[in-house]
Design a protein around this ligand. Structure first.
Ligand code: P6P
Length: 342
């Protein structure tokens, strides 16, 4: 019988060595090189954006003008939530002040946003989904922000942002912020995947887990089975297989970041395949699939569109969509074996 009187739960950040995000990034480079300093500063700005969005979300039900729709539709043809606009502008504001990011490309903006005063060659571009899963905002369920950092190449300031149309291996850093019971930041610089938990009393993200690896197998499959009759027969055969094998269980939260976070830690597979009408699927390559694929591969997992590895795909346009099979390496390969069956 637990005696709750004696159970003392000290703030966890006091019983850890308090590794902050910026210290961890510098440690990843094991140097104070210009690149290390840049990425440490960039990750600090990501953290600031996450804190501002987390604060807004936690007070959403208490303030006017936070919840609900704007009445607009974005370039994706989706109804825009007030929180989408707020979060998008938080990233712009935070990175305008950074001096490091020349251009921001977002799910919410048809064309990249240039910060010309930050645009000497050799700086950085931020690609992001400011609120992933915004349909969850008004019902107090988890949402996330997804980010990807690439090198600013050339002074291409045309609206097509052609220098961004490169494969996912070009990413310098990628990750997400998960706004759940706790606010968690997960990132990789290509040197493993690491997670941090926001300690509001410190205003710091504190290292929670280093070098996270996705189990090679997992019992969770995460997909919207409401699309069952829009899928092709091969995808339906995969779902019939997991229905018949009682080792699997379905978990689907309607927000990619939360569904992936479960799989990153516990194993399994997330699937958003194309449909017969929309073979390209729903999720956007440059700021949803590619950053999460970067993390998955860094954690020993796998990410594909059913045929090609996500990180190998070269987009033809900024908001290109791709089917996404993401998670445990063996589970993704199993899905691919069904999708590639004749
Ligand atoms: P559906 C949210 O809109 C999102 O982009 C992802 O976060 C999520 O996984 C997916 O779309 C949900 O889409 O069609 O199942 O509602």
């Amino acid at each position: 019988m637990v005696n709750f009187q004696t159970l003392s739960v000290s703030p966890r950040s006091l019983d850890r060595d308090c590794t902050t995000l910026s210290r961890h990034v510098l440690g990843q480079f094991n140097s104070f090189s210009a690149e290390a300093q840049d990425l440490s500063a960039l990750m600090n700005r990501i953290a600031l954006a996450g804190k501002l969005i987390s604060r807004r979300l936690s007070g959403a039900g208490l303030m006017e003008g936070v919840l609900g729709f704007t009445g607009e539709t974005n370039v994706q043809g989706e109804h825009v939530k007030k929180m989408d606009i707020f979060a998008n502008e938080v990233f712009i504001s935070v990175f305008r002040q950074s001096g490091l990011v020349c251009r921001l490309a977002s799910e919410e903006m048809e064309h990249p946003y240039y910060i010309k005063e930050n645009c000497p060659i050799g700086r950085y571009t931020l690609l992001y989904d400011p609120i992933d899963g915004s349909s969850n905002v008004d019902i107090n369920l988890n949402v996330g922000s997804i980010f990807s950092i690439r090198q600013q190449q050339g002074d291409d300031i045309d609206e097509q942002a052609r220098d961004l149309l490169q494969d996912g291996h070009q990413q310098l850093a990628a990750g997400y912020i998960l706004y759940g019971p706790a606010t968690v930041l997960v990132y990789s610089l290509g040197k493993g995947v690491h997670s941090f938990t926001l300690d509001p009393s410190l205003g710091e993200f504190i290292l929670t887990q280093e070098n996270i690896t996705i189990p090679s197998k997992g019992k969770v499959y995460s997909t919207n089975e409401g699309n069952f009759w829009q899928w092709n027969e091969q995808m339906r055969d995969y779902v019939r297989y997991v229905h018949l094998n009682n080792g699997y269980t379905a978990r689907y939260g309607g927000a990619l970041v939360g569904d992936f976070h479960r799989i990153l830690l516990q194993g399994g597979v997330f699937l958003y395949p194309g449909t017969v009408q929309k073979p390209e699927g729903k999720l956007r390559l440059l700021y949803e699939s590619a950053p999460l694929a970067f993390l998955a591969e860094q954690a020993g997992g796998r990410a594909s569109d059913g045929d090609r590895e996500i990180l190998d795909i070269i987009p033809q346009q900024l908001h290109q969509r791709s089917p996404l099979i993401l998670g445990s390496s063996e589970e993704v390969k199993l899905v691919e074996s069904f999708l590639q069956a004749k």
